[in-house]
Design a protein around this ligand. Structure first.
Ligand code: SF4
Length: 58
């Protein structure tokens, strides 16, 4: 799923949890797993945990 950094901030991360076991939001480009489409920071990107989205690989 290609997202802007601001859109990603409102998606839950499958790895991050709070101290009381609630899900946390994606950290976007602050996370080592974040990938930018076409390696262009500031555009759209995705969480690299699940591989490349189809649209980004075209
Ligand atoms: S990019 Fe990082 S913080 Fe965002 S969902 Fe993926 S692993 Fe979680």
């Amino acid at each position: 799923m290609l997202l802007t950094e601001n859109e990603a901030k409102f998606k839950f991360c499958p790895l991050l949890k709070t101290g009381d076991d609630k899900m946390k939001f994606c950290q976007g480009p602050m996370c080592m797993m974040w990938r930018w489409k076409d390696n262009e920071p500031g555009g759209k990107g995705w969480c690299g945990l699940s591989g490349s989205p189809l649209a980004a690989s075209r």
